[in-house]
Design a protein around this ligand. Sequence first.
Ligand SMILES: [Zn+2]
Length: 155
Amino acid sequence: MKKEEFMRKAIELSIENIENGGGPFGAVIVKGGKIVATGVNRVTDSCDPTAHAEVCAIRAAAKKLGTFNLSGCEIYTSCEPCPMCLGAIYWARLDKMYYANTKTDAMNIGFDDSFIYDELELKLTERKLQSEQLLRNEALKAFEAWSNNNEKIEY
Ligand SMILES: [Zn+2]
């Protein structure tokens, strides 16, 4: 299959998902020229604010391949990802991302994630999300234990 065909699949999923009560987003993960997994937006019906198409596709692909490292795979997403999904794409070590709609296209139909991109530019203390640091010395014990653990699986 060609790049355009994989993207058409992601787009097809995004359109079908509207009829299934979800948001207009779909994603496909490809390895070695074959579709490994797909995902659609299931935020509302699964009551999961993190169930974006890209995250769902990454979870499905990782489970199917039995690995947390998806290097060697590429993601086709029907829309430029939000910061959460972009982060997930980096964490999954995907080789390449293809996207169709832009984040401006998404904003034009009411899915505006620009406020998150804007927040990322700000210092922690200047963000809309209130945050407060507590018990760092106690929390560091976990990091020390991790550093000293010779059995750990690094990722
Ligand atoms: Zn997202």
